[in-house]
Design a protein around this ligand. Structure first.
Ligand code: AP5
Length: 218
């Protein structure tokens, strides 16, 4: 099964992807996580991407497409995967068609998580992540059992460097201008399903809605 998760920064793509990984046993492929891994490892790709990420802008399409071509060729993708944060532009969506076609694959589900902008800012400024295992928390909506420490692996939780007010505003604008048009792109071929993830819908409630859509479409 090949799933794509769309949605603005903070819409809950990563949170839902982790639940889908546990449910279906296929990997989450997050371009944001791959870029942050490259930054941590000090690669040339990471150095180039960091400039864009710190400014809340998108990294260049050709860099992202090359990285994804490499990632989709790994053995763990054989039974399917969950795309989180890719594609983010129409050229990336066009390139994905080619990357799938050359492997004889096709998308099964495109889920777009819809959350009002006012809620997104609160989610991102309160987010805490574990750099060791990528688990996600929120200081009020989903706090860890022990403050500052990951429930799963005990790692020290951090705030992402792009989760500050100015960078978040840029990321939201970039989403509106460059990524939201993908909803039309996938709506035209009948793949898009919108999932309302508004305030009051807990991660578990959103997940139930997502599973119902996946089950309904087979
Ligand atoms: P990326 O890492 O992909 O970040 P993003 O798209 O901005 O999305 P986020 O990870 O911030 O949010 P999310 O939707 O995953 O929400 P989450 O589940 O964490 O990209 C970072 C940067 O990398 C980009 O700005 C760009 O520079 C670059 N990049 C990445 N991909 C690229 C590409 N394809 N092309 C070019 N550049 C690229 O949840 C957020 C918080 O809310 C958490 O605290 C969580 O606990 C909480 N939460 C989740 N669900 C709920 C709920 N239902 N109720 C209450 N709280 C909730």
């Amino acid at each position: 099964m090949i799933m794509m998760l769309l949605g603005a920064p903070g819409a809950g793509k990563g949170t839902q992807a982790q639940k889908l990984v546990d449910k279906f046993g296929i990997p989450q492929i997050s371009t944001g996580d791959l870029l942050r891994q490259n930054v941590r490892e000090g690669t040339a790709l990471g150095a180039e991407a960091k400039r864009y990420m710190d400014a809340g802008k998108l990294a260049p399409d050709d860099l992202i497409i090359r990285m994804m071509d490499d990632r989709l060729g790994k053995d763990d993708c054989a039974k399917g995967f969950i795309l989180d944060g890719f594609p983010r532009t129409v050229p990336q969506a066009d390139a994905l068609l080619g990357l799938l076609k050359k492997r004889g694959l096709a998308l099964d589900h495109v889920l777009s998580f819809e959350v009002p902008e006012a809620e997104l800012m609160a989610r991102l400024t309160g987010r805490r992540t574990c750099p060791a295992c990528n688990s996600m928390y929120h200081v009020t909506a989903n706090p860890p059992r022990k403050e500052g420490l990951c429930d799963k692996c005990g790692g020290v939780l951090i705030e992402r460097s792009d989760d500050n007010d100015a960078t978040i505003s840029n990321r939201l604008k970039v989403y509106r201008d460059q990524t939201a048009p993908l909803k039309d792109f996938y709506g035209r071929n009948g793949l898009l399903c919108e999932v309302t993830a508004s305030p009051g819908a807990t991660p578990d409630m959103v997940f139930e809605t997502a599973l119902a859509i996946i089950g309904r479409k087979g």
